[in-house]
Ligand binder design. Structure first.
Ligand SMILES: [Zn+2]
Length: 139
């Protein structure tokens, strides 16, 4: 029985290894929880506004025009909902990062995410370099 020799447990821990202090993480965590609630509320509102969920819809299928408008409204509504859902996933991801004390570190390369980026996009969980790589890979 051979114990595998320490396999790179120490991923070079430079001083740049970032962990936000707890007193900073707490408000960030609260911010994400609030965001999560806000997004959920927005999604619910959108669901209610969706002409397709209007129970009166089937009964008052008046003109083809109104129908097209409904169709458009529905599509726009769905698009916004999808956008919000993506954001929701991102916010939840970031919240998890906060909880495990890894907020601010890129989930791909472990490097510190630029704080300027976090200011604009607080729910970012990967750094710009990795984002660029990902986008390149998608194309
Ligand atoms: Zn990265």
């Amino acid at each position: 029985m051979t114990k595998k020799t320490k396999k790179q447990t120490s991923k070079k821990q430079n001083s740049e290894k970032l962990t936000f202090p707890a007193d900073l993480l707490a408000p960030i965590g609260r911010f994400f929880i609030e965001e999560e609630q806000k997004i959920l509320k927005k999604i619910n509102n959108l669901k209610e506004e969706d002409p397709f969920t209007d129970p009166a819809r089937t009964s008052n299928n008046a003109s083809p025009d109104a129908d097209a408008e409904e169709q458009f409204g529905h599509m726009k509504n769905k698009a916004i909902q999808n956008q919000l859902r993506r954001r929701l996933i991102q916010v939840r991801k970031a919240l998890t990062q906060v909880k495990i004390g890894k907020y601010g570190a890129c989930e791909k390369c472990d490097k510190l995410i630029d704080t300027d980026r976090l200011m604009i996009y607080p729910e970012a969980t990967i750094c710009l370099d990795c984002l660029k790589k990902e986008e390149k890979a998608k194309k």
